[in-house]
Ligand binder design. Structure first.
Ligand SMILES: Cc1cc2nc3c(=O)[nH]c(=O)nc-3n(C[C@H](O)[C@H](O)[C@H](O)COP(=O)(O)OP(=O)(O)OC[C@H]3O[C@@H](n4cnc5c(N)ncnc54)[C@H](O)[C@@H]3O)c2cc1C
Length: 494
């Protein structure tokens, strides 16, 4: 018979069973990624004694792997948006955030973020994160230069453009090349240390400590080969990332993401979510995830069309790459092609990274169709219809914007193989604990749980719908609502 686990992330330890307190602080923050760093900073600056617990040997988490891009705007625009000629009204940002949140958008979080986003840009800059005053107009995923402002969502695409005036809002730090997340985390880490936060590395949370009334009082940790007990006088803030690396949890909650064989993350084992749920925290949108194949740049690829294994289109291809990829994953089969003609075809670095290859080529679309073994006049009819309307500058089926419409009528033609089981479809989860904009974790009745806060991908935050995700939203949410949680937790009482 196997021994039952002494401590479990899914079962809180009873306060009465705690043998001693090895550590004590007002606030214990779990996880030293972007959310944890910002939470700890604001809590310490509000006068709280803060203990930051991290399982790795250094700060960073998935935040340090990221591009460091943050979705910012509103209030008339950040200085970088304004210099590039974009006025960005708070209400346009708000409406866009509501749309990207999908049918279950959190209006309170969207409101708070839209109202505070401009000031958040100033705060990030004041911490020492540098932004170059520059704008890239071309379609890109992340700059390979140290430039700042990019279009990082579906702002100009239908249906978003019909509801909110578009503006580019992806702010990338002044860091040469892709992967500015490490730079962002290095800056935040320096500020955390200066603020006097006590950091405990190589320490993993095993369980929450709760009392009979369900209030959270601390954490059981594993550190230096032994169980340690950490007491939080005011609150525990869970900032331990998402669950994409926990394939059992993905299977249980978001099975469609199993089709993506490239989970993006570091730890992301669902620890934070399980711990929060163990104290009664409600989980929400657990089936949602971001998924993408980086199929552009170059921008000319956007003039092509995607078809499924029935030779049919399914989306306006001028949307953000993650939205298109989300639709791809929801098609029935594994076979997906991107059709291009001689004028639009341009394979480069991104397509190599994505493992995209030419699946068929021909002088006519009928030839391509035969090579792909599709039923007669399935794909050819799709292209004929698309070309007919594209020549008139319209796309009545999917509303692709006129600037991306060009009849695919210049041979030779190619079908680029974007098979789901072969290409680089990367993913991370968007579901998590339900929380208030203040970071308080709530139960199924939306009542706050005493002494329990959360931020970042441990929560279901602003980014919560795969179809709406836009680059920069996850770090925007982690840093902004991490700060909110830190401030609120520092003055909270059970
Ligand atoms: C390649 C890549 C590029 C990306 N680019 C962007 C981008 O440009 N912009 C954007 O907005 N988003 C981007 N994302 C997504 C974004 O990086 C993450 O969603 C975000 O960083 C999550 O931040 P977090 O603070 O919630 O979690 P994390 O940064 O993962 O921090 C969680 C921390 O908790 C620790 N931890 C976990 N469990 C425990 C435990 N039990 N005990 C102790 N410690 C624990 C982990 O070690 C980790 O350090 C990207 C992701 C990837 C992988």
């Amino acid at each position: 018979m196997t021994e039952p686990l002494r401590y479990s992330q899914s079962r809180p330890a009873a306060l009465t069973q705690v043998p001693r307190w090895d550590y004590e602080a007002d606030i214990i923050v779990l996880g030293f990624g972007a959310a944890g760093a910002c939470t700890a900073l604001e809590a310490a600056r509000a006068g709280a004694r803060v203990l930051l617990v991290e399982s790795a040997a250094g700060s960073g988490g998935t935040s340090a792997l990221s591009g460091g891009e943050i979705y910012l705007g509103g209030g008339g625009g950040t200085p970088i948006q304004r210099a590039a000629g974009f006025e960005d009204a708070t209400e346009d940002l708000y409406r866009y955030l509501l749309m990207v949140g999908g049918p279950n958008a959190d209006a309170a979080k969207a409101r708070r973020y839209a109202d505070g986003s401009l000031a958040h840009f100033e705060w990030l800059s004041a911490q020492g994160i540098e932004y170059k005053n520059s704008y890239i107009a071309e379609r890109c995923i992340e700059p390979s230069t140290d430039d700042c402002l990019i279009w990082s969502g579906s702002e100009e695409a239908w249906p978003f453009v019909a509801q909110a005036k578009p503006a580019p809002r992806g702010h990338c730090p002044k860091f040469l090349g892709m992967g500015g997340g490490r730079y962002v985390m290095d800056v935040l880490t320096r500020r955390v240390v200066e603020a006097g936060v006590q950091v405990l590395y190589n320490a993993r949370a095993l369980a929450l400590v709760t009392d009979g009334a369900r209030d959270v009082h601390g954490l059981v940790l594993r550190s230096e080969g032994a169980e340690r007990f950490a007491r939080a006088r005011r609150a525990v803030v869970l900032c331990a990332g998402g669950f994409v690396m926990n394939r059992d949890m993905v299977r249980q909650h978001a099975p469609f993401l199993l089709r993506s064989q490239f989970p993006l993350g570091t730890v992301d084992d669902g620890s934070g979510i399980l711990l929060g749920a163990s104290a009664g925290g409600a989980m929400m949108n657990m089936s949602e995830g971001f998924v993408t194949i980086p199929w552009y740049p170059p921008g000319s690829m956007v003039k092509g069309i995607f078809v499924n294994d029935r030779g049919q289109r399914f989306i306006n291809e001028d949307c953000y790459h993650g939205r298109v990829s989300n639709y791809i994953l929801r098609q029935g089969g594994d076979r997906i092609w991107l059709l291009q003609d001689h004028a639009t075809f341009a394979m480069g670095e991104m397509q190599t990274l994505a493992k995209m290859e030419i699946g068929a080529a021909g002088e006519t679309w009928e030839e391509v169709e035969r090579e792909l073994q599709l039923p007669e006049d399935s794909l050819a009819a799709t292209v004929r219809l698309y070309n007919h309307y594209a020549a008139q500058g319209t796309d009545p089926l999917f509303h692709k914007a006129a600037k991306w419409l060009k009849p695919l009528n210049e041979p030779p033609y190619v079908a680029i193989d974007c098979r789901i089981d072969h290409c680089f479809y990367a993913s991370f989860t968007l579901g998590g604990l339900d929380s208030l904009p203040t970071g308080e974790v709530v139960d199924a009745d939306r009542q706050p749980i005493g002494g329990l806060f959360a931020a970042g991908r441990t929560t279901c935050g602003l980014p919560r719908w795969g179809e709406g995700y836009s680059s920069g939203l996850s770090l925007a949410d982690a840093t902004f609502f991490g700060r909110e949680a830190g401030r609120r937790a520092a003055t909270s009482s059970r």
